[in-house]
Ligand binder design. Structure first.
Ligand SMILES: NC(=O)c1ccc[n+]([C@@H]2O[C@H](COP(=O)([O-])OP(=O)(O)OC[C@H]3O[C@@H](n4cnc5c(N)ncnc54)[C@H](OP(=O)(O)O)[C@@H]3O)[C@@H](O)[C@H]2O)c1
Length: 295
């Protein structure tokens, strides 16, 4: 298995590339998701990114049940409290207990506030963080963190946190590195690990920009795939990457990331090509208005 393991500020170890089980607008149990996760487990993936909002916890539980020989200590499970459930109901512990019941786990390794855009009359960010600290104290999660937090949100939590967030999971790929530089820099200053979701946007969800052709060119140069190039770019920037694929060959290649290294020059080439183009795939919430253009 070629995924590096890195150490968070808390001392916890985390595989640097994780497998996302997020879907949009899911209504019923999805056997294809169960199969996708089972294939990922078979292909050696051990870090899974779940969330209350995805509704895919039963599929995760069923997939894990098919591999009883994988010890819990080998798995790394992230989940997130949903802003319109745990946050709106002002009860993060109940949300996490429901997640644990549905995934049939005793604890998650990392629990995140899914985003800072809370509904009216719900918790404040500071109140939410206190509740996050309480669920960690109870052992329901090993570590706590945040997701989609901008510098202004990070500062609010940082000011009052007794237990600091260890991860900020944000959309991050070459087309957002410039737009997210302030968030990346602040997280670096506070030793909060950046986890990048949608790392393959330039070759997958939005193939129109300049990094698509460049990834292909570099894939030929290094004898790997363009997916491996973009994930290696994340690793060499020191980010955790949260990716996903149902495809067997891609699952195999995209978890085989330690056998080659991009030159510093090629990392810079991707940075520079990415900086000429802006695309945010998950342009929802405050992101829509705040980051309409950085060029
Ligand atoms: N915190 C948040 O707010 C948030 C928001 C969004 C996502 N996430 C997390 O991040 C995870 C990953 O997000 P994502 O799906 O956008 O990540 P991604 O890895 O950038 O994109 C995955 C998509 O790209 C395709 N793909 C995979 N490898 C490819 C390749 N080599 N070439 C072309 N296309 C390829 C996949 O299709 P195939 O299956 O056909 O390969 C899939 O549709 C989610 O599942 C979720 O866990 C978190």
């Amino acid at each position: 298995m070629g995924i590096p393991i890195i150490t968070l500020a808390s001392g916890q170890k985390i595989p640097q590339v994780g497998f996302g089980i997020g879907v949009l607008g899911k209504k019923a149990y999805d056997p294809a998701m169960t199969e996708k996760i089972k294939l990922a487990l078979k292909n050696g993936w051990r870090h899974f990114d779940a969330a209350e909002a995805y509704g895919t916890d039963p599929e995760l539980a069923d997939a894990l049940a098919a591999f009883p020989d994988i010890p819990r200590s080998e798995l790394y499970i992230t989940s997130k409290v949903h802003t319109s459930k745990g946050i709106q109901n002002k009860d993060i512990e109940s949300s996490l207990r429901k997640i644990l019941a549905e995934t049939k786990l005793d604890y998650v390794d990392l629990f995140l506030i899914h985003n800072p855009f809370f509904p009216e009359n719900s918790l404040t960010l500071e109140e939410a963080w206190r509740q996050m600290e309480a669920v960690k104290e109870k052992g329901l999660t090993k570590e706590i963190g945040i997701s989609n937090f901008r510098p202004v949100d990070i500062e609010k939590v940082w000011k009052i946190a007794k237990v600091k967030p260890v991860v900020n999971q944000i959309e991050l790929h070459p087309y957002l590195l410039a737009a997210e530089q302030d968030t990346v820099d602040l997280c670096k200053k506070y030793n909060i690990q950046i986890a990048s979701y949608s790392p393959l946007v330039p070759i997958g969800r939005h193939g129109k920009g300049p990094v698509n052709a460049l990834s292909e060119e570099l894939a030929k140069k290094y004898g790997v795939t363009s997916g491996q190039i973009l994930l290696r770019w994340q690793i060499q920037h020191g980010f955790v990457a949260i990716t996903s694929t149902a495809d067997d060959a891609r699952q195999k290649a995209q978890s085989d990331l330690q056998g080659f290294e991009l030159s510093a020059e090629d990392v810079k080439k991707i940075d520079e090509a990415g900086a000429t183009y802006y695309h945010r795939f998950f342009g929802w919430g405050a992101f829509k208005t705040e980051y309409h253009s950085v060029l």
